[in-house]
Every structure is written in structure tokens, then in C-alpha cells.
Design a protein around this ligand. Structure first.
Ligand code: G4P
Length: 533
């Protein structure tokens, strides 16, 4: 093996690229921050949160976007821990829930699902979980807020298994009583780790005491009742629970479960260490010609996110690419496959916690930002010159919000169409056409409601077009297979059939109930949640 091949393999093996998914308020931001704290990437917790706080309202979002770079820097956070190079991909998952959130999951190798111990599995977690499951990536669970009252650990396990249809394997188990847990029991090492009070919202790395579960000192520290209860719980888990099987974890059939509190830091370090050991290094990727291994020496990458700069005078955009194989070197020329153009990647950016910097080299699993001259689209493949190669199409995510949009001033049609075309290419919204209406207005679909407001704002700011937005009362789209435009879809009373960007017919429905009704009435038509690739 050549030195470069060996170096490539070593770099691939030490990388861990993952996203943290959760329902708003479960603690994703806090956990991200604590991982950075333990990774030594920040000295004091509180900085990431401060940024998030300002991100809540739409108007704030716009202000922030205007100030160059802030949301850009939050797109990926990189740090080293032990021998690992860790890349945390930020999934905007709050009020700004959008297709970006889903697309980011296309670029990860595993996911950490944060669950609020009191609330259990919530809606947004479910949606994100299913996208991860479709990709077959490993999902790790961090049950958060153990410093407060919550559901029992057994009830949470059962809930995960029943609601998400995945088996759960607790890697550790909370020690203490509900509302006053003191630490965690590590099942692999048969060790108890007790944490001192985090103080000051766990701004600092927290000291802990580790020892064998059998150690009588723990019975004394915890009280005999609590200690006995722990031993009983562990016996029950060992006897009645699923065995640990790393293959099942890798295939997304078993989720290793951890307990802790991101706020007070308890359980954070044990989680991080175990997670890094179990999480996979960069995975092989599917291309139209088969799988591409990360240690393949030819460079390949794909665009998974485009971030526009809101500054109207410099309309620069940043395309985020995930490297899939080969080594990236600054200044290298690569082929942008959809256009066939050769582009020189002269100023690749990388992000270390809050700073962004120009980087000289990067490896599979890493994410870098490229200045986009308006060339890149979501899902585009980049590869070494001379290669002829393409990753599989990016999936389309089912939109849940629909609106009809048109320019207020018909004289602005040209700018309107230009803006809509560019924003669609950037993946800001999905655009549909209603055949009988033509191109006076478009129907736009979005995963998150905020995307509509951002569209309106950006068309005005960047293209000078005021638009009329008429929200439509639909929440479900189904792509139709076997549809004959000459024959109406039966039972679609209040729905409509429109065309997507590739002219595929799509029916819009008010709710799942009306979908079921139409499915029954039209056995000759297939109603697909996402278009066939
Ligand atoms: P998110 O990114 O998933 O939306 O959640 P985030 O981390 O912002 O946390 C949401 C709220 O939950 C925050 O409270 C945060 O402090 C709190 N939280 C996170 N982890 C824990 C935990 O382990 N225990 C407890 N008790 N609370 C936790 P907030 O009131 O919205 O903000 P703040 O006033 O604390 O800053």
C-alpha cells in the first residue's frame, strides 16, 4: 500500500461524522455544546446557546442571516477527541425546521437522537428518525434531562421500541431515584460513575467517581435501597433485554441508549467516549454505478446544502459538500458532474466550533464550504478530473405546507421567474405548476412553514419582487403513478393534481384521511410518498 493510501485509510478510520436530531427543546443545542466542551473546542459552555436564542423568531433569523456567516458557521462543528476527528453536522431543527434538516441527514454516517426523559418520543424526532432509518444509518439515543423528574427508564425503552419500531439496548443505566439521579452504571464495564453537582449549568467539565458496581462504598454512598434497586434493574436488563449486537446497530435495527443530563453534564463524557467507539467511520456511498468506498483514492463529494448570503450587494452563496472518497487538497481542480465544468477549489472553508478558516486538506467524512458562483445545486456530484461518475439522486422530501405565489406587480414577472428558479435550485422550496393555470403563478411546497416566509423575504431582498402568498389548505402530497391526465382522480373533491419540477403528477390532499379515501377509489393509481427515483 502506498503512503498516500495508508494515510487516507488512517484518516478515514478516525473520522466520525454525525448529526444530532431531536424535537425542539429536548436539548440538542445543549448537548452539542457539551460535546464541544468535552472535546476542548470551547472553554465555557453558553456560546452556542446564546446564538440559538437569537434564532427563534423569523425576523431574528433574517437579521442573523444578514450578518454574514453566523448560520454558516453553525453548519458543521469539528473537533478532535482522543484519536478521533469529530464532525457534528448541525440540523436546523427548531422553528426553522426545513428541508435543510432532512438533507443534512444525507451527509451523516450516524445520528444521535436526543429525547427528553419527561416527554419521550416527540413528533419531530419521529420524522427525523424515519429519514435516518430510510438511509439505514445507525441511530444512538441520548435520554436527556435526567436531573429532573421524567418517565422511568424502562418506560422510555418501551416507548422507543413501540413508537419507532427499533430495538433499544441501554449502554448505561441511571443510578439513583427519579428526579435525583446521581450518575450512571456502565453495563459494559460493570462500573458505576457518580457525578458531582455540575453547578453553574455545567459550564465546566464535571469531575466524577468511578468504581465497580459491587464496591460496598457505593452502597454506602447511595444508600442500600438505591444500590439494591440498581442491581435488580441490571439483572432484569441482562435477562430480559436484547443482547448487544454491533451489526444490528450498524444496520439501524438496534439503538444503543444512554442516559444523562446535558445541562448538568452528567453522563456526557461516558456517552461521547462510548459513542465514538461504536459509531461507524465514513460509510461507502451509493452511486449510479455501485458503491464508492471512502478509501477509494479518487476524490468524490456531493453538495447537500446551499446557504445563501443575505447581503444583497455580495450575492455569494456557499455550497456545503460532504467528501465521500479520496483526499481533498486546496486548489485542486474537480469536475462538477451535472455541468461537466472543471472548477478550481481555491478557497475551501472549514469550521472549527465558531471560527471559519481556509483549509488545506480534508478527508472523507469532512464537510467543506465552497463559494458558489451559482453553479451548484443540491445533490450535485463533484469528482476528480477525468472521472465519469455520479452519486444517486438526492431524495425529494414530502412537503407539508403549500402556497400559491405570484408577483404583486405583473411587470416583475421576469425577476420573479428568475428568483424562483434560483431559489428552487438552491433547494429553498419545491416548486410545482398547475397545468391549467400556466406560469402566472407557482405552487410552492415546503417541509417547514418558515420556508414560505423566507421565500417571500428573499424574493423581495434579492430580486426586488413583492409576492402574493395564498396559503393552500393541503398538508399531504402524493406522487401519482399510473395516472391518466384525461381521467380525473376519483374522490379528490377538495384536492388538486399539479406537476413537480420534472413534470411528474402530484396530488395534494388536506389530510391522511383524504389520501386513504382516494387510494380506495383509484385502485389503478399508485400514491407514492416520494417520487420514484
Ligand atoms: P434544543 O436545541 O433541542 O431545542 O434544546 P436546548 O438545548 O435549547 O434546550 C432546551 C431547554 O432545555 C433549555 O432551557 C435547556 O437549558 C434545557 N435543558 C437542556 N438539557 C437539559 C438537561 O439535561 N436538564 C434540564 N433540566 N434542562 C435541560 P431553556 O429554559 O429554554 O433555556 P435556558 O434558560 O436554560 O438557557
Amino acid at each position: 500500500m502506498s503512503t498516500t493510501a495508508a494515510e487516507l485509510q488512517t484518516e478515514v478510520q478516525r473520522r466520525r461524522t454525525f448529526a444530532i436530531i431531536s424535537h425542539p427543546d429536548a436539548g440538542k443545542t445543549t448537548l452539542t455544546e457539551k460535546l464541544l466542551l468535552y472535546g476542548g473546542a470551547i472553554r465555557l459552555a453558553g456560546t452556542v446557546k446564546a446564538r440559538k436564542a437569537a434564532k427563534h423568531a423569523v425576523s431574528d433569523w433574517m437579521e442573523i442571516e444578514k450578518q454574514r456567516g453566523i448560520s454558516v458557521t453553525s453548519s458543521v462543528l469539528q473537533f478532535d477527541y482522543d484519536c478521533y476527528r469529530v464532525n457534528i453536522l448541525d440540523t436546523p431543527g427548531h422553528q426553522d425546521f426545513s428541508e435543510d434538516t432532512y438533507r443534512t441527514l444525507m451527509a451523516t454516517d450516524s445520528a444521535v437522537m436526543v429525547i427528553d426523559a419527561a416527554k419521550g418520543v416527540e413528533d419531530q424526532t419521529k420524522k427525523l428518525f424515519y429519514v435516518c432509518r430510510q438511509r439505514g444509518i445507525p441511530i444512538f439515543t441520548f435520554v436527556n434531562k435526567l436531573d429532573r423528574h421524567g418517565k422511568s427508564p424502562f418506560a422510555l425503552m418501551e416507548e422507543i421500541e413501540n413508537v419507532l419500531a427499533i430495538r433499544a439496548y441501554p449502554m448505561n443505566w441511571p443510578v439513583g431515584v427519579d428526579g435525583n439521579y446521581k450518575g450512571v452504571y456502565n453495563r459494559r464495564l460493570a462500573q458505576i460513575e457518580l457525578f458531582e453537582s455540575g453547578g453553574a449549568h455545567g459550564q465546566w467539565v464535571m469531575p466524577s467517581t468511578i468504581g465497580s458496581a459491587e464496591d460496598p462504598a457505593f452502597a454506602e454512598l447511595l444508600g442500600t435501597d438505591i444500590h439494591n434497586q440498581l442491581i435488580e434493574d441490571i439483572e432484569l436488563l441482562d435477562m430480559a433485554g436484547d443482547p448487544f449486537d454491533i451489526e444490528k446497530v450498524r444496520q439501524g435495527e438496534l439503538t444503543p441508549m444512554f442516559f444523562g443530563s446535558a445541562l448538568t453534564n452528567f453522563g456526557v463524557r461516558p456517552f461521547l467516549e462510548e459513542f465514538l467507539q461504536l459509531a461507524p467511520p465514513p460509510l461507502a456511498r451509493r452511486s449510479v454505478d455501485g458503491m464508492v468506498a471512502p478509501d477509494d483514492e479518487g476524490f468524490t463529494a456531493f453538495v447537500f446544502k446551499i446557504q445563501a448570503n443575505m447581503n444583497p450587494t455580495h450575492r455569494d452563496r456557499i455550497a456545503f459538500i460532504r467528501i465521500c472518497s479520496g483526499k481533498f487538497v486546496r486548489g485542486m481542480s474537480v469536475k462538477h458532474v451535472p455541468s461537466g465544468k472543471i472548477v478550481k477549489l481555491a478557497q475551501p472553508q472549514q469550521f472549527m466550533a465558531q471560527e471559519r478558516m481556509i483549509i488545506d486538506e480534508a478527508y472523507p467524512g469532512d464537510v467543506i464550504g465552497l463559494f458558489d458562483p451559482g453553479l451548484f445545486g443540491i445533490g450535485d456530484t463533484l469528482c476528480a478530473e477525468g472521472k465519469n461518475f455520479q452519486f444517486e439522486d438526492f431524495p425529494v422530501f414530502p412537503p407539508e405546507h403549500f402556497a400559491r405565489v405570484q408577483p404583486k406587480d405583473t411587470m416583475k414577472r421576469k425577476q420573479f421567474v428568475k428568483g424562483m428558479t434560483q431559489l428552487t435550485q438552491e433547494g429553498a422550496v419545491q416548486v410545482f405548476r398547475q397545468p391549467e393555470i400556466g406560469v402566472e403563478s407557482f405552487i410552492v411546497g415546503a417541509v417547514g412553514v418558515l420556508q414560505m416566509e423566507v421565500l417571500e423575504y428573499r424574493l423581495k431582498q434579492e430580486y426586488g419582487v413583492d409576492i402574493l402568498v395564498q396559503h393552500l389548505p393541503f398538508s399531504v402530497a402524493r406522487w401519482l403513478e399510473g395516472y391518466d391526465p384525461g381521467k380525473p382522480v376519483k374522490g379528490l373533491d377538495s384536492g388538486m393534481v399539479i406537476r413537480d419540477g420534472k413534470e411528474r403528477p402530484v396530488a395534494l390532499f388536506r389530510n391522511e384521511w383524504s389520501v386513504r379515501w382516494a387510494v380506495e377509489q383509484n385502485p389503478q393509481i399508485k400514491f407514492l410518498t416520494v417520487p420514484e427515483r
